[in-house]
Design a protein. Structure first.
Length: 84
């Protein structure tokens, strides 16, 4: 391998998050600034919200209800035909 082509690795790189959290990690940069960390990320904090701007979830629920109602109606028609 070639000498002197790899960046310097800092074992004590300081990381600062937008929420104010600070921690130390290893990196090729001595200081890092991030917007989201494990203390403020919605997935890790349990504050995750489902954003449905186009109504896709509601549309899916309506279609599912409609299809289950249709399936129930078909099943009742089949049962009534068998009884005759």
């Amino acid at each position: 391998m070639k000498d002197k082509i790899h960046p310097t690795y800092y074992h004590d790189a300081a990381v600062r998050c937008g929420c104010g959290n600070k921690f130390v990690t290893g990196s090729t940069l001595q200081e890092l600034s991030v917007e989201v960390c494990s203390n403020c990320h919605p997935l890790y904090t349990g504050k995750q919200k489902m954003v449905d701007t186009q109504g896709r979830v509601d549309r899916f629920k309506r279609l599912k209800e409609k299809s289950s109602a249709t399936a129930t109606a078909r099943l009742s028609v089949k049962k009534s035909k068998k009884r005759k």
